[in-house]
Design a protein around this ligand. Sequence first.
Ligand SMILES: CC(C)(COP(=O)(O)OP(=O)(O)OC[C@H]1O[C@@H](n2cnc3c(N)ncnc32)[C@H](O)[C@@H]1OP(=O)(O)O)[C@@H](O)C(=O)NCCC(=O)NCCS
Length: 271
Amino acid sequence: MLGKVTKAYVAQYPDPIRFGAGDAVRVERADPEFPGWFWCSTPDGGAGWVHGSFLAAQSGDTTSLVNYSSKELTVVGGEEGESIHVLDGWVLVKLFRGEVGWIPEAHFVHHPAEEAGAEAEDGPCRIEMVPDTMGADCDLVRQWLREFNVQANPEFMALLEQPGHQALPLVLLAKVDGKVVGGLLAETQLSWLRISIMAVDPRWRACGIGSALLEESVRQALVRGCRQAYVDTMDYQAPGFYQSQGFAVVGRIPDWDSRGHAKLYLTKRLA
Ligand SMILES: CC(C)(COP(=O)(O)OP(=O)(O)OC[C@H]1O[C@@H](n2cnc3c(N)ncnc32)[C@H](O)[C@@H]1OP(=O)(O)O)[C@@H](O)C(=O)NCCC(=O)NCCS
């Protein structure tokens, strides 16, 4: 369940105990402050707090039922994340910034359920927000799209599957006396050359290096069977440069940077 940190917490134990499912663990003592938690040790010298539900027994020598780490997180108020376990005063959180660890339950509040499902209160569908695109549920979403695409555009999807039709990097560096002075990072796939990054050392700009890199990329792309090129650039970057090289603006998204600058999409027919 999603929620957020309500107040700062500083991790107390720099050296957490870690073990895998089935590993030997010794239960040393119960925690009087947080009943349900036990101070445990491992044969490799590790020690830390473990919840009793993760252990086969809650006293003496036992084994772990799960992969476990007692790692705590240092957090500040307002950080958001997903709770993985809430156990007797502690919550295992996966923060949106990526870290996973324990913090006291008193420092975390779950978002009210109606916030997460606000759009769909009247129906069976509940909308949930998750922290990232990993995980089996997102794989399922990707699979539905793939299946749809295979039905709608079988020829293209079959082409992508064929050997040699995956995106191939096309990376060009311009050098003077062995030192890099400019570069063009692109890839080719089917009939397209897609340029993602291009820059020239400021000391070497307006000397023809950019156009030489672009020309070479087009030459290589033609050898690979490409017939068109694509690039996007911000209005303050190099639309004029690409236009001078035969590219035409085919699209524009205003205020791309939320500061009033547009992103421009340009293409060029190569053959
Ligand atoms: C854009 C860039 C790669 C061009 O490289 P370059 O080596 O300076 O370009 P060239 O010397 O080959 O210039 C070719 C022509 O384009 C023009 N030109 C170069 N950069 C330009 C720009 N940003 N806007 C408009 N015209 C430009 C040149 O004046 C020249 O015109 P000319 O033939 O009439 O003399 C380079 O200026 C650069 O690194 N800019 C900063 C980073 C950037 O904007 N990258 C593109 C991100 S998509």
